[in-house]
Design a protein around this ligand. Structure first.
Ligand code: GAL
Length: 716
């Protein structure tokens, strides 16, 4: 159960405020999390926008920790109406996070301004989720709770009085002269007269991330159907075309759980009327029912800008910003009255008809497509603060609406920020670089958000299948055909391979569903960077004696950014191939790893070269890995519908896995209506590895039918 965070204890540090020294306090807000206040913080901030309720119970389970930094080395000073912050860095320390980056994973040495925007091809801080949170490989994290554009110098600036100041060299004669001298601090400038700062401890970086996510309320818990396959149809599709599309999926044997309608479901967009277009959808209620009867939910595209043709336009005029976007009103969602008016329209016109969720578009940028920073809002919150939090406000408002009906939702959003981990939304964008999309998937795990490397079009079959393979190993398996009208079978030369990966996505549903439950209850990101894998990057320092990168993967993991392989859940390591590649190197962390498809031993703490035809994406399983799978159903099992499990075991050593189960559709899990079942593989009396599953919990949802085991033991 979630409780409001309580103050548990207090420690002190010397922090100069307004240029003078004071004794502000580091308060323990939960085990392993501390907070302090510099200057006078603003009334509106990131955590307030998200209405964060920390999961104190889970944080308590993670246990106490010592303050991970030297308090004297953290400095804050308010001057010129801004707050300057400084945090120490030591030699060799690496930093991760600072929001949803697309090109870089390691952030030490970078300068950025954290600013909600559409990613434009450069990691300069302008991104869909510019979360002001970073993690150090020394085992701590820092979060600055401000809804302002924060300037970050992540180990770039050199102070005159630094005890670690580098020696000046002579560029004329010194070949080792460096234009980027050593810096011993992260410095930030917050354009406000004060700010709250949080520090997170962790014996590993993963523990830091868990604490951050649990502090934000834990990760989201999607409905089971949210982890199935989704297709977004062409912008102006009509009801009968959508029905025909769903039929085609069924006839051809492709899985499909929800269909996304793009702008054309609305009578006007953009700006949006938030009303069905009666020429394309003459009977919305009947249409939603027909789709549901086919096992398909609907996800509706919208952006937040309200058209003069909308029935709620007049009521919103006084509750909107001074400037228009796409010629529509920009509701001030920090005002409850504005939220109520829009929420009322969504509830009456869409949610009560039974739609499954929204795609909340255009709440990020680019600048020319948003309100300017000079805009005024009736709440008195600044244009800047509203920009930094608009996506979060929309996620919260719509999540609450579905909660009121006790039905879970799972949707898409283009802007987010700190505090939003518990909202069931996945970020996407228009950039469409496969490589950058995978880097974003990796970075999403450092900042408490989810990301989908959506698939749209392709230059040919090879790219199509490679993109499909990665999107099926991501939080949302989606084709976004709003412009191209592509279908999974659009490239006949790879139709078989595409179907195979879409069905594998369905087979993995029990595994991914359990991994999302771990995100929710324990804060562990379901798709995450290799650097969060215990024993990957963090061991590197002690292993650096052998710096031959070919022989020492740990050296590689710290000296080079790992942007093209990632963990999917507890046991799977995914190594995508991109267009033009037939083989690649994979860094296997310490411990034995096995091929997901054959169970064969693949390596141990080494770099291997893999060759993969278009029929599969390289995936490896950690020793003792247990992967619960279901038959390749075309829809997620409905609430109460039993499904069989085929559980695969990999490796040589005994293993366990916690399998999660609930009704898959409601919020009853928040009241304890769920169960964990333990899967275990251990030697029997004769020494043969054998699998067992613990009994279903009495009185709790139980969807598991027949269980069979596939023991892919390889004693190598
Ligand atoms: C874009 C969005 C696309 C699609 C399109 C429809 O802003 O990123 O995914 O929805 O709008 O007009």
């Amino acid at each position: 159960m979630k409780k409001r965070i309580q103050l548990l204890a207090v420690i002190y540090l010397l922090l100069p405020i307004q240029g003078k020294s004071q004794n502000p306090k580091w308060e323990v807000v939960a085990p392993g999390i501390w907070k302090t206040v510099a200057g006078v913080p603003e009334k509106y901030d990131l955590l307030k926008a998200a209405g964060v309720q920390s999961n104190l119970e889970a944080l308590t389970k993670l246990g106490n920790a010592d303050f991970p930094l030297s308090p004297q080395e953290i400095v804050a000073e308010v001057s010129d109406g801004k707050t300057a912050l400084r945090f120490p860095l030591v030699r060799g320390e690496q930093l991760y996070g600072f929001g949803l980056n697309f090109k870089t994973v390691q952030q030490r040495g970078r300068i950025m301004q954290l600013h909600v925007d559409h990613y434009g091809g450069e990691d300069n801080g302008r991104t869909h989720a510019p979360v002001p949170f970073y993690i150090s490989d020394k085992g701590y994290g820092v979060f600055v709770n401000s809804a302002r554009y924060i300037k970050v110098y992540a180990g770039t600036a050199v102070r005159k009085d630094s005890p670690n100041a580098p020696q000046a060299r002579d560029r004329n004669t010194d070949r080792d002269w460096t234009a980027n001298p050593y810096s011993d601090a992260v410095e930030m400038l917050v354009p406000a007269q004060g700010v709250e700062i949080y520090v997170f401890a962790g014996s590993t970086m993963l523990d830091v991330v868990r604490r951050f996510n649990l502090f934000n309320g834990g990760g989201c818990m999607p409905p089971r159907w949210g982890l199935g396959f989704t297709q977004r149809v062409r912008a102006l599709f009509k009801a009968d075309e959508v029905i025909a599309e769903a039929k085609a999926f069924a006839d051809k044997g492709y899985p499909l759980d929800f269909i996304g309608l793009e702008p054309g479901w609305q009578s006007k967009s953009y700006p949006c009327s938030l009303e069905w277009d009666k020429s394309r959808f003459p009977d919305p209620e009947g249409f939603v029912k027909t789709m549901k009867a086919m096992g398909i939910r609907l996800n509706l595209w919208t952006n937040p800008y309200v058209s003069p043709a909308s029935p709620i336009y007049q009521k919103l005029v006084a509750l909107s910003g001074s400037h228009k976007v796409w010629d529509g009103l920009v509701p001030d969602f920090t005002l409850p009255e504005a939220q109520n008016i829009v929420a009322g329209q969504l509830r009456k016109n869409q949610i009560n008809l039974g739609i499954g969720g929204y795609k909340v578009d255009e709440c990020d940028g680019f600048d020319g497509w948003l309100w300017p920073d000079v805009a005024k809002f009736p709440s008195g919150n600044s244009a800047e603060q509203i920009r930094q939090t608009y996506g979060v406000l929309l996620q919260k408002m719509t999540t609450d609406l579905f909660r009121q009906n006790n039905t879970r939702t799972y949707g898409l959003v283009r802007a987010s920020n700190a505090g939003a981990s518990s909202f069931p939304y996945v970020i996407y964008n228009d950039f469409y670089s496969h490589e950058d999309f995978i880097t974003a998937l990796i970075n999403s795990s450092f900042c408490g958000v989810l990301w989908t490397p959506e698939v749209r079009g392709s230059s040919g079959g090879e790219e199509w299948v490679r993109r499909m393979q990665t999107v099926c190993f991501s939080p949302m398996a989606m084709i976004n055909a709003w412009a191209d009208g592509t279908k999974p079978w659009s490239f006949p030369e790879v139709e078989k391979e595409v179907k195979k990966i879409a069905l594998l996505r369905m087979q993995l549903m029990p595994y991914f569903y359990s991994e999302f439950a771990k995100y929710h209850f324990e804060g562990t990101p379901p798709f995450r960077a290799m650097n969060l894998e215990p024993g990957f990057g963090t061991q590197a320092v002690s292993e650096l004696k052998n710096t031959n990168l070919g022989e020492n993967p740990y050296a590689l993991s710290v000296t080079k950014e790992i942007k093209d392989q990632y963990m999917a859940g507890e046991y799977l390591l995914v190594a995508p191939l991109f267009k033009g590649q037939t083989s690649r190197e994979v860094i296997l962390p310490k411990g034995k790893w096995f091929d997901f498809y054959t169970g064969k031993y693949a390596g141990d703490g080494e770099i291997i070269k893999v060759t993969a035809g278009l029929d599969h994406i390289p995936v490896f399983v950690k020793d003792g890995g247990i992967i619960p799978m279901m038959p390749p159903l075309l829809h997620a099992p409905a609430s109460g519908e039993k499904f069989d499990l085929e559980i695969s075991y990999y490796g040589s050593k005994p293993g366990t896995y916690q399998l999660y189960d609930d009704d898959g559709e409601t919020f009853d899990y928040e009241k304890g209506s769920y169960s964990w079942r333990e899967l275990m593989v251990a030697p029997d009396k004769k020494g043969k590895l054998t699998g067992t599953i613990s009994k279903a919990n009495r009185g709790k949802p139980d969807n598991i039918g027949k269980v069979t085991w596939k023991i892919l033991a390889d004693s190598n």
